[in-house]
Design a protein around this ligand. Sequence first.
Ligand code: GLN
Length: 459
Amino acid sequence: MDIASKVESIKDHELTAEENVKNFLEVIEEKNPRINAFIEVNKEYAIKKAAEIDSRVSKGEKLGRLAGLVIGVKSNINVKDFMVSAASKTLENYRGSYDATVIERIKREDGIIIGMTNMDEFAAGSSTETSYFGVTDNPAAEGRIPGGSSGGSAAAVAAQMCDLTLGSDTGGSIRNPASHCGVYGFKPTYGLVSRQGLLDLAMSFDQIGPLANDLYGIGLLLDVINGYDPKDPTTIESNGTSFTRLFDEERSDLTFGVVKEFHEVTDDPIVDIVEDTINSIKEEGYNVVELPFKYIDLCLPTYYLINYVEFFSATRKYDGRKYGYKIEDVCGEEVLRRIQIGSYISRKEFSGKYYRRALQARSLIRKEIEKVLKNVDVIIGPTVPKLPHKIGTSITPMEMYSYDILTVIANLAGIPAASMKIGKVKGIPVGLQLQAKPLEDWKIMKAMIEIESILKGRG
Ligand code: GLN
């Protein structure tokens, strides 16, 4: 059942919230031991919440917009009394002491949190293989990584273990696993969604956003979580667009941009599918323009340098004095690498050489992508340049980072970006990335609605 119909049938008492929860619990019981999308499931809490909602339905009380929907949360977002471990041994015994703003908003709209999803340790990765709680399998391509770092959140919706999930995206961590698992994932404009309560990886890049099998579900969750939050000074007032209302609107005359340099760094079979989709869009009469992007080579070094410095700083609170273990004593290789390099390049004598240079490069990249976006509404292209590797394949850190070349641009520039499934290569899902100007998140949503209907028509 799609999300829009499910919301209605819960309100009409055709489906109870408790049935919805129990159906998912059955799937989780059956599939999670193999897929490992959830690292904590709070059965009692979810059933109790569902019963409360059902009793309010029978009393005819007014219900929230997410009433009865079952939601999984990435393990780096604070949910009171749930395990907020960031998939690290550092925090294995830490339980959320409060609700992040996004969680408060979800609860206020009667969404039911069912559990915490797996991820790369502290969100530093693109494969979910660095989790202290073991790797997650890709439900859409068994035996392969689900992508990352929000791999558990993507796998959970791909395997029908819940209605919707939250992820976080610092350099692609919502879009990359959405692409590999064949679902939708949306990284909002920087500041559109509150980060209060998120364990930060790199605060100038991090954004929380939704993942789902269902585009309406993405819109609904965005409607609930977006907007100014006095507790997060980087948040901005949204321009009032309702993402779900876009589903009732007429066809748009959006223009699309295609960047050759994005295709050049991408494997051919993926490019072929992306080009098929672009052709179908053209055939429907949309205007598609090709535009150049100069600094593709600068993107990864710039992103990772800033990421290391900000992450190093963010991890200083994990010193083992107040809670958890001292991070350096227990963390995995990748997290340690970032702390060590981050600490090294943060030294005063190097600041001009590395960090300030990276900030200059960041500003060049932002201006360049803004230049492309001046001429079009939405840039479309591949989300990830290669297919997900088989679990256990040994790859170098640079090979791992190269998964991110197309996704980090949106974080460097603070612009909104999403990924939607457009096809498969050898049975493995491939995603289309859409990017737009700051606060034009709605254009991405509108474009996805229209592209989805083109793809459906194509069959
Ligand atoms: N793979 C990127 C990194 O390791 C992005 C991670 C993320 O978006 N959280 O930093």
